[in-house]
Design a protein around this ligand. Structure first.
Ligand code: ADP
Ligand code: MG
Length: 240
């Protein structure tokens, strides 16, 4: 579904955010992108959503080079991508229902179908009872669930999340990840940038680790530190 081919990204400031990154994500995958602050995780996400273009290399979505796509076509690409952010990015003056519906209005979904979809996705995130609440009346975890519902309302093939649990406590973070996992089980491809080592360790998904703009590890069913390090930790423990 997504392919990066030797992608470089140098910002105008001269900052080399990505320095030759290649990987493939298949339909239905669940992938964590991890790495220290400043390693290039958000840049990688922004190249998928076409908020940024590579300085060199290709980004392909379903074999289509989105990195070369005309700007006029970007909204078409975005219809197929649900986006989730650390700071939720809800519209404070709209109700929960209106926030979720807005994503469908933008793409011109017929009103009747849209309100059915909003009901469905609010059910998935277990917030039907809060449909008429305002975002600021909700907890952080609830606000992020609204954002997940909004990301799902257009039935995207792909959900990308940039530090979705960055502002949440550990227990709430766990429930947010469980929800994303459930959405993935139903066939949606999910790509999540995160710092949350406990969650990454617990979920045992594919992990792509970046350091200074390069992929230093890409492992299936892995954890925050990887198989090799995790194994040597066990061996260390056994020696003691
Ligand atoms: P991460 O999400 O892993 O913290 P980023 O992708 O945000 O990393 O940033 C990677 C590098 O690119 C950093 O050095 C950062 O300062 C730089 N960078 C990110 N966005 C911009 C931008 N819009 N303009 C200039 N430099 C940027
Ligand atoms: Mg970031």
């Amino acid at each position: 579904m997504i392919r990066f081919e030797n992608v470089h990204k140098t910002y105008k400031s001269g900052s080399d955010a990505l320095r030759g990154v290649s990987f493939k994500i298949n339909d239905g995958d669940f992938v964590f992108v991890i790495g220290k602050s400043g390693s290039g995780k958000s840049t990688l996400i922004k190249l998928i959503t076409r908020e940024e273009k590579p300085s060199d290399g290709y980004v392909l979505m379903d074999r289509f080079p989105i990195s070369k796509m005309q700007s006029a076509l970007v909204p078409v690409l975005r219809r197929h991508i649900g986006m989730i952010f650390q700071d939720f990015r809800l519209i404070e003056s709209k109700t929960v229902f209106e926030n979720v519906a807005f994503a469908g209005e933008i793409i011109g979904m017929p009103p009747k179908k849209l309100s059915q979809m909003v009901e469905i996705v609010l059910g998935v995130v277990d917030l039907r009872h809060k449909a008429q609440a305002m975002p600021l009346e909700l907890s952080g975890g609830e606000q992020q669930r609204v954002a997940i519902a909004r990301a799902m309302v257009n039935d995207p093939k792909l959900i990308v999340a940039d530090e979705p649990t960055g502002n949440l406590d550990p227990q709430t973070s766990e429930s947010i990840m469980a929800l994303l996992e459930e959405i993935n089980r139903n066939g949606t491809t999910v790509v999540i940038c995160t710092h949350d080592s406990n969650l990454v360790d617990r979920m045992k998904k594919r992990v792509i680790e970046i350091e200074d703009g390069l992929i230093i590890r890409d492992e299936l069913a892995s954890g925050y530190c990887g198989h090799r390090e995790a194994k040597s930790n066990v061996e260390e423990g056994e020696k003691k």
